[in-house]
Ligand binder design. Structure first.
Ligand code: NAD
Length: 460
């Protein structure tokens, strides 16, 4: 008999959902079924696989109210929940349109040795394991599953236990496409269920924290299976002396506060040139002061609750550490309890010293520390002085200058004169630097090739 755990609602603080935790034996049984079914799935034509994915998208569309309701209960935010479902439907449609070209059989060719004919082929990984986090629970559960299924793999998904209500409409949508249901299984539970997935899959796509990513990476290394790790960040922004300050202030407000800062691409540090610092900070503070919590009306206000209960103490601790070490809060600065949920006040903080946790560790909340620098070189040095290297942003009206700075930043996804653009632009390939991840680009058309083992046929 599987265990179950109580899941807290982030708006009420009440445990109002009971989640089944699948054990290793359940996960092994599922992976055995998937392995068998994948053979049939792979033998289907690509057009058939596309057809089943399109029916799946229609099922999600038909169930959109249930998805949105579940996501709202999971995350305590409304607008982002609706957007998340739309983005997923759009992504399925895009992959289905692009797959024929991306997976087309390549013609035989000759290489450096003219009398040898070369043909490239591929075989999909039979079982792709996907382990996902809580900040965009539906999107980050499906972003890798869709191309993997189109490539001919089966998928074993373990979503985050923190936001597990959304698995109900997801399982329903999958079950409405019986052929897909044979090759797309969802197992639920916490870390132990995730560990079990790493023990049975042939390839792992993991999105989550560095600490768990390291465990998953080690488990995969022991089995010599590929691991694609999408991990945490402490994304910096640089505002140069010649930046358009209105553009920079608006973009940084959005880029640091969207989803209440609970986004891996959230900007969590800004380095601003001393000559424009006062003017920029004034504009940023004006922007941020317009934000409010989505309490008591979930449809009013931009800042939702802290989604994961474990995050509440982390955010409180970082704020307290900054305060003790002399930080100055220009807006916000506290975690407040409203109706049982915990909300981080939209916070702009200055007077930052290098030893503060708020500038060194991932925060994952609506908090933006501002650091004044003398030169762009100082900004670059400070931006790179981090264990992370996920994304960044540079603001300068001289695009060539901004690109010169971007070249020197140790991060894979860099927005120029905006924030988090790579989350919107699917075709831009990027990799994570340092502890922010490992493996080929999740974004871009090439990402589908991660799910296929390459083969070469060479004929004399
Ligand atoms: P987490 O590492 O706590 O959990 C992620 C998933 O791993 C969950 O499903 C969890 O149950 C599972 N898990 C826990 N222990 C496991 C184990 N030993 N083996 C296998 N699976 C295990 O992360 P989280 O708190 O859910 O997510 C927040 C983190 O995710 C942040 O650090 C954020 O930056 C990161 N994130 C990164 C990206 C990206 O694309 N780089 C996107 C979103 C979130």
């Amino acid at each position: 008999m599987a265990n179950s755990i109580a899941i807290t609602n982030p708006r009420t603080g009440e445990p109002d959902f009971q989640l089944i935790c699948h054990e290793l034996s359940d996960v092994m049984a599922k992976s055995k079924q998937l392995r068998l079914a994948q053979k049939k799935w792979w033998q289907l034509s690509l057009q058939d696989r596309i057809k089943y994915l399109q029916i799946f998208a229609q099922a999600i569309t038909a169930l959109k109210p249930s998805f949105v309701e579940a996501l709202i209960d999971d995350t305590g935010r409304a607008n982002e929940s609706m957007l998340e479902v739309d983005v997923v439907i759009g992504a399925i449609d895009r992959w289905c349109r692009q797959a024929p070209e991306l997976l087309a059989t390549q013609a035989e060719r000759s290489g450096e040795i003219p009398f040898l004919a070369i043909k490239q082929s591929y075989l999909p990984y039979p079982v792709v394991g996907i382990i996902s986090p809580w900040n965009f629970p539906l999107l980050l559960s499906l972003v890798d599953a869709i191309p993997a299924l189109l490539a001919g793999c089966s998928v074993l998904l373990k979503p985050s236990e923190v936001t597990s209500r959304v698995t109900k409409p997801l399982i329903k949508a999958i079950s409405e496409v019986p052929m897909l249901a044979e090759v797309f299984s969802v197992v639920t539970g916490g870390g132990q269920t995730g560990e079990a997935v790493s023990e049975v899959a042939d390839l792992i796509c993991f999105t989550g924290s560095v600490a768990t990513g390291r465990k998953v990476g080690e488990a995969c290394a022991k089995r010599f299976i590929p691991a694609f790790l999408e991990l945490g960040g402490k994304d910096p922004a640089i505002v140069c002396e010649d930046a358009d300050l209105d553009v920079a202030a608006k973009a940084l407000c959005w880029g640091s506060m969207v989803n209440a800062g609970q986004s891996c691409m959230s900007l969590e540090r800004v380095y601003v040139n001393k000559n424009i610092a006062d003017a920029f900070i004034a504009k940023l503070v004006t922007e941020v002061k317009q934000l409010s919590h989505n309490f008591p009306n979930i449809n009013q206000g931009e800042i939702g609750p802290i989604i994961a209960p474990s995050q509440v103490d982390i955010v409180k601790r970082q704020l307290a550490d900054a305060k003790v070490k002399g930080a100055q809060f220009l807006t916000g600065g506290r975690v407040v309890e409203l109706g049982g949920g915990y909300y981080c006040q939209p916070t702009i903080v200055s007077n930052i010293s290098d030893d503060m946790d708020i500038i060194n560790q991932e925060t994952f909340a609506a908090i933006l520390p501002v650091v004044i620098v003398d030169t762009d070189q100082e900004a670059i040095r400070k931006a790179n002085n981090s264990d992370f290297g996920l994304s960044a942003a540079v603001f300068s009206q001289n695009v060539e200058h901004a690109e010169q700075i971007a070249l020197q930043l140790e991060a894979g996804a860099i927005s120029i004169n905006d924030a988090s653009l790579t989350a919107l632009v699917h075709e831009a390939e990027k990799q994570s630097f340092k502890y922010s991840g490992l493996g080929g680009s999740r974004m871009g058309n090439v990402s589908i090739h991660r799910f296929m083992r390459k083969k070469a046929f060479i004929r004399n």
